[in-house]
Design a protein around this ligand. Sequence first.
Ligand code: ZN
Length: 635
Amino acid sequence: MAEVTKSQYPLDDISRLPEKYGSVPIFFENTGYFIPEKLRDKIFALETKSKSNPNNDILLCYHQAEGGATPENKEIEGVMKRILSNHMAQTKLQRKIEVVQISSITVKDAIIKELKNRDNAEKQRASTNSDNNDTKKQSEFAESFLEEAMRLKASDLHIETLGSSNKAVVRLRIHKELIDLKTITIEEAQSLGQTFYATFPRAIEEDQEKGSGSGIYKHENLLDGEFSRVLEKSGKSMKARLVNIGLNHNGQFNLVLRLIDRSVPQVAVPYSKKGFTPEACEMLKTLHTASRGMVLVIGITGSGKSSTIQNMIQQERDRCGNSRKIYLLEQPIEQTISRVTQINSDDSHDSGEVKNSEQDYSFSNLNRMLMRGDPDSIGYGEIRDNLTAKSAVQGGESGHLVYGTMHVDSAMGVFSRFETFGISLEKICRNDFLKLVMFQHLIPTTCPHCSIPYDGENIPMQFGEFHALKSFKTEDGRPLDMMNIISHKSKLKEGESLIRSLQRKNFFKSKDAMKMKRHIEAMNESSDTIGFKQRLDALIRSSTLPKEKINIRFKGDGCPKCQEQGTNGVVPACEILIPDETFLGFIQSRRWGRAEAHWKSKLLGRRAVQDTYARILSGMLDPRVVEKELAQLGS
Ligand SMILES: [Zn+2]
């Protein structure tokens, strides 16, 4: 909106202003000559002239040499108002009358000043409106990424600034690997941060849910928060926990969202549907008869331990027809599970601070309360220190079925871990206490549409052209626009070189193409192809499958069917320990080797890497990916 200036609105043109400002300014330069009839004439004249909206307000300005609330001025004001009221009563117009007295400045300046004020007020209104519009636009922008992430079943969304380029990249973790989704400007990245950190959580607080929206997003700081949201387009219910890491230089930052799909119905899923092998499913049947003791699911971060525990608990609930009281301590609660009492535990109180016990959701206090809460089963979440270990063991000892997770990388490792948490081997090895220990690790499955079959002779290159392009930077240091490259890649003819084709389309210079080819060679040279082929061939020889049933496949360079990932999901590889008396005897006397041998020979024990062999031979898992995730084949 244009500023009101003197030149734009000379005194003579004041009568034109009503059209623009919706109020009728009437001015009298010198009320010393104030004549009521003249005022009336003026109003009529203005209305005829401007044909303004009859419901416009009237701004009446009058000038008096002697300013202020003198008796004379008050009288003038009174007369003016009376005349206007009468006029309005006669014409049946609904106007608001404003009488403004002007003293030391000229009428023209005063009117301009007043109109400027109104102009500013209007601008402010407009900008509040456009702020709202901006917020709406920003929300839509942010939602578009969440929609895409949920559609692709991404577990995390990353926003990373790209050094000095004034750009940022939005990335998704799908099937354990990060892919670049989109390059955005740094302003857009900050707006996403603002939306995820402040706007979305605020929206929740209004819905009386827990949020962290009171904070102000400062991208250069270290922040964490969470929000839940029902996405507008897909109607998907999701939750996100976020962390913002300011990098402490150049205003660079990383914002990472852990995404939880809450629209997935919370029902017990059979282990086979979760991708466990038939052998694992068979062993997990032990749980059907367990009503006390301890069940442990172990693995590293992101191995799906918590989701397995939740599934186990739901199976117990369904199996027992809701006849058991199940508590689940979580931090935080990710999914609501019906007929399970989920409690948000808060370990910030375990610091020894004295807290009001009514508000004390610390682990130790909760455990004390739970014991009196008539439990049958308790899920303890992660056993990570002396306190949680002691609580879980106590729970199991007092005749309940307890579930826990532990950050250990093998089933045999839990015993020494308990010792470091101050629990004696004797306690853990008491007969009938430890029901089942399962180590699990998620392995990406190979996309059948772009995977490369093993011909028995040549191991395909581990790093293809597309892989190299992802990390490539041109001579002038700029990363390639992967979105563009992906769309180009999908149009590629079979057998055509992606790099050559991109070079022809001027994505980069021939010099860059050469550099990239050398880069690919170097990457592939460093991989141990000979040793790997020997291990793979040994696996094939040891298989009892007929030759024509063996179909080993390597992860390909990606296709539209797998979002250019080369992988299309994840399955767990696991090792399961169901200890017997003999095994526990070996452990108690610290004969680890004997214990492991007994586990393997008598207790159907096998390492997680062995759990993948059948799936490698059927082409579901890439043997090279298995080695990267777990251990060498045959180990
Ligand atoms: Zn594919």
